[in-house]
Design a protein around this ligand. Structure first.
Ligand code: NOJ
Length: 551
């Protein structure tokens, strides 16, 4: 088993949260590190093995912390560096790793580097950003936030030059062609590794490596630099990882994992599979998911995908065709205020499926069954909803719902001091959805998610094995098999609202084998000759292990 724990990320269960919205400890209406630390036992009991902290660095907060003014500190509202170290120590004690967002494609416009850079070419920091006297031909194309920006270049009155920004105009891009910038990024990475992080969720990787628009040459190829950074991580802290945000087509994503040894990113969030899953769910048809899996590139041994249902941004459907996207919108977010940028949905899953518990559970079971490691976004384990009154992508980032008490147990602050509104209403707000009630109820989503996580951890075939789709005639049934040495796991999902019965044959060498149901609903038998008959209820799922004679 040593190989499996060396590659810990392949069998990890990630949990993404924002310190700001998780737990407030001092009653100022803002979550903080001390609050999060007090909730680590909850996360450990849930079975989470690695936390992913969204940006917690000093920030003017114009993009929820993805706009940083100091890479070596903790935002004062969230606590101190001392509180961060306490969190790290406690997480280690509970056997949990921690990774954090590394946002170095850009800084905040208010970062002292940029403020100095604006003083003109004589500033030592001028060249840390990408400047042009006129908007160049052949600069980067496409806008990330088309609702807010018209161009990737912004005129700076003080400098009398344009600067590059791939995101908001208040987030100037760093110039990675400048060796000083690359050295600084290493220093940032080294700093947080030294404080105990097990790696980073690397923000906007393709934009970080992009050199379009940079006038000077780069002495190292961008991918070689990413490779160097990966080696640097390994030297400083064995086992530290880079989980990249790479929302590109599969062939392009593959290049970010590096060569056959996987020497660049360790993991990448699988946006392609996530979007195919959306279509499969809406249609109740395994086709799109199977099609997508078959197009998915094989990864080097050390590399892995990270799978998720929803994340902190809009549910981007940018990889689907216009017609497919319209299909998903019609089913999951028909009203204009549920949609964003014409490409995504700003809802969480439970409301999209009308609170259907069977469907919800099947979908998380499915996400945990896909090749890769699962990533939960805080609150998914209790079925939290969005608050569409919070603008833009922030709709899914409402405070965590702990109890039925004031502010859902998130904060003791008077309601008017709360910085981020809670989800409202008796059904979706804390009165209807909270940790305390669900913890007491063995049939709750929370307790079910605990079991799902335990089952996922105890099915290492998914993390380390080879997958293969089992062909079945029923379009609504998605059947996946994993082989890992002599171990075989079979995972069945019924994507439809009606019960279904399906049959398939085990491999020739398994004709005499039995099947053990590890987790799920419905019934399954193995008949003579290895013929499997499975009856799945509406939105049913079965996790099975092949048990060979004497095995
Ligand atoms: C991707 C993050 O997920 C998003 O929330 C952020 O706005 C952009 N990167 C810019 O950092």
């Amino acid at each position: 088993m040593s190989r499996t724990s060396d590659l810990w990320w392949k069998n990890a269960v990630f949990y993404c949260l924002d310190v700001e919205t998780f737990q407030d400890s001092d009653g100022d209406g803002i979550g903080d590190f001390a609050g999060l630390t007090s909730r680590l036992d909850y996360l450990a009991a849930l079975g989470v093995t690695c936390l992913w902290l969204m940006p917690f660095y000093p920030t003017p907060n114009r993009d929820d912390g993805y706009d940083i003014t100091d890479y070596y500190a903790v935002d004062r509202r969230l606590g101190t560096l001392g509180d961060f170290v306490e969190l790290m120590r406690t997480a280690r004690d509970r056997g949990m790793r921690v990774i954090a967002d590394l946002v170095v494609n850009h800084t905040s416009k208010e970062h002292p580097w940029f403020e100095s850079a604006r003083q003109g070419p004589d500033s030592p920091y001028h060249d840390w950003y990408v400047w042009r006297d006129a908007i160049p031909e052949g600069g980067p194309e496409g806008l990330v936030f088309p609702d807010a920006e018209q161009s990737n270049w912004e005129w700076d009155e003080q400098t009398k030059r344009f600067f590059l920004h791939r995101f908001y105009e208040h987030q100037p891009d760093l110039n990675i062609a400048n060796p000083e910038v690359r050295a600084e990024i290493r220093k940032i990475v080294g700093f947080w590794l030294q404080l105990g992080l097990s790696g980073f969720r690397v923000d906007a990787v393709p934009f970080l490596l992009e050199t379009d628009g940079i006038a000077t040459g780069m002495s190292i190829m961008p991918h070689d630099w990413l490779r160097d950074l990966s080696a640097f991580l390994a030297r400083r802290s064995g086992g530290a990882i880079m989980l990249g945000e790479v929302n590109l087509e599969y062939d392009d994503v593959r290049t970010f994992f590096g060569d056959e040894s996987g020497d660049e990113l360790h993991m990448s969030l699988n946006f392609n599979l996530n979007q195919a899953m959306a279509l499969t769910l809406v249609r109740g048809d395994a086709g799109p998911l199977i099609h997508n899996l078959r197009a998915m590139p094989a990864l080097p041994d050390r590399s892995a995908w990270a799978n998720f249902v929803r994340n902190h941004d809009e549910w981007s459907l940018d990889k689907l065709t216009e017609a497919e996207r319209r299909e998903v919108f019609a089913a999951f977010g028909p009203k204009p205020d549920m949609q964003l940028f014409g490409r995504g949905l700003r809802r969480r899953l439970p409301t999209m499926v009308g609170g259907d518990q069977d469907r919800l559970r099947m979908i998380y079971s499915l996400a945990f069954a896909l090749p890769g490691a699962p990533v939960l976004f805080y609150g998914e384990e209790i079925g939290m909803a969005e608050n569409l009154d919070i603008p833009g992508r922030m709709s899914v980032r409402a405070p965590m719902q702990w109890t039925t008490g004031p502010n859902g147990g998130f904060s003791d602050a008077p309601a008017k001091a709360m910085r981020r509104p809670l989800v409202a209403g008796r059904k979706w707000g804390p009165a209807g959805i909270n940790v305390q009630d669900q913890d007491r109820d063995p049939d709750s989503l929370l307790r079910w998610t605990e079991r799902l996580i335990r089952r996922r951890r105890q099915t290492p075939e998914i993390a380390f094995g080879e997958w293969r789709v089992i062909e079945v005639p029923e379009a609504a049934v998605f059947a996946l098999r994993y082989d890992w040495g002599a171990s075989v796991a079979i995972l069945l999902h019924n994507l439809a609202a009606e019960p279904v019965e399906t049959t398939f044959a085990l491999d020739r060498e398994d004709r005499a084998a039995g099947l053990r149901c590890l987790f799920g609903t419905g019934e399954v038998d193995v008949r003579k000759g290895g013929k499997v008959q499975s009856r799945l209820p509406r939105y049913g799922y079965q996790w099975l292990r092949v048990e060979r004679e004497g095995g």
